[in-house]
Design a protein around this ligand. Structure first.
Ligand SMILES: [Mn+2]
Length: 325
């Protein structure tokens, strides 16, 4: 990681404008990291912008940004048009929490800026941003927050404690409260964030959910089915949901006693159905999602299927699971 930090330092110094972009429909990990990196770059006295999300923010992230703004901690967001029309002299694009061109917030910005650094913690695929100055991709990292915390630690700089809280919230979300993808180093970085001001009460406030949404989730869960022994599947209704909502369902299902793997199916758009899969490690859900055209890790995977109903996807998934197990 030292190499990444040296390259970041060198390139932030070398460029005139630093543009930070995360994936579309950003979460607390990707955008929380972007906010912290923005502050780091401002400390280095450089112009910095974050690519504005086009779609409505997830509630938790929206809450976090409002809370920061209410405390006079502000950021510089720019739309893709503003960036493309910005007449920049020497821009650098830093991409966080994804390396897939089809997942970034703006493919126009991706095409527009030549100098790119990618920082990701998902398993790489063939379809990845190329022509980068440097690509850091480590699937053993819990979150991008963990990497950015390491960077803060390496630089020995201080940013606002409230941003530390948002970073820790991102870590909590990406690790399902330190249950998955968590190493000893993750806890060390969580301790680092706590030592530098992360507040657990504010963190809980950021992550709290409205009652209706939790009740709705448990309705879907109550209709879940055990496909084969210890494997649960749950389908949502036909309304459009965010992939975070689908992932949350899969994570919840995995909490039930004896359950080794879980799958949640929901509609992501009028044409796309999403599947989110989680496993305790005995069942390779990455392999199962690959058979549905998706991919991922042993314990954490997903797929997106075009032009099929939720029930059709559910039937296909059942067949695959019965074949594999
Ligand atoms: Mn992440």
């Amino acid at each position: 990681m030292r190499e990444l930090f040296e390259i970041l330092n060198e390139n932030i110094k070398k460029h005139d404008e630093i543009i930070i972009m995360t994936h579309a429909r950003p979460d607390l990990d990707g955008m929380g990291s972007a906010l912290a990196l923005f502050k780091i770059i401002k400390l280095m006295d450089k112009k910095c912008f974050i690519v504005s999300p086009k779609k409505k923010l997830y509630r938790s992230l929206d809450k976090a940004i409002k809370l920061l703004n209410d405390n006079d901690i502000v950021f510089n967001f720019k739309s893709e048009e503003e960036i493309i029309n910005g007449k920049y002299k020497k821009p650098l694009l830093i991409i966080l929490d994804t390396q897939k061109p089809e997942l970034v917030e703006s493919d126009k910005v991706l095409d527009f800026i030549n100098d790119k650094i990618v920082i990701d913690h998902h398993i790489g695929s063939l379809d990845t941003v190329n022509d980068t100055i440097y690509k850091y991709s480590d699937a053993n990292k819990s979150s991008i927050v963990e990497v950015i915390s390491e960077y803060l630690n390496y630089l020995e700089v201080n940013i606002e404690p409230l941003i530390m809280t948002v970073l820790l919230a991102g870590m909590v979300v990406d690790t399902s409260s330190f249950n998955i993808k968590t190493t000893a180093r993750t806890f060390e970085m969580a301790a680092y964030l706590a030592r530098n001001g992360a507040d657990f009460v504010i963190l809980q406030d950021i992550l709290k959910e409205p009652r209706e949404e939790m009740v709705e989730r448990y309705q879907f869960i109550s209709n879940s089915e055990e496909i084969v022994s210890d494997i649960l599947m749950c389908r949502m209704d036909d309304n459009i949901h965010g992939n975070v909502d689908i992932a949350l369902l899969a994570k919840e299902l995995l909490k039930f006693e004896d359950i080794k793997a879980s799958f949640a199916i929901g509609r992501l758009s009028h044409r796309i159905v999403g599947v989110s899969a989680r496993s305790m490690g005995d069942v390779n859900v990455g392999e199962i999602m690959e058979k549905l055209g998706g991919g991922g890790h042993l314990t954490d995977a997903a797929a997106q299927i075009k032009d099929k109903s939720i029930d059709e996807v559910a039937e296909e998934l059942k067949k695959i699971i019965k074949r594999v197990i």
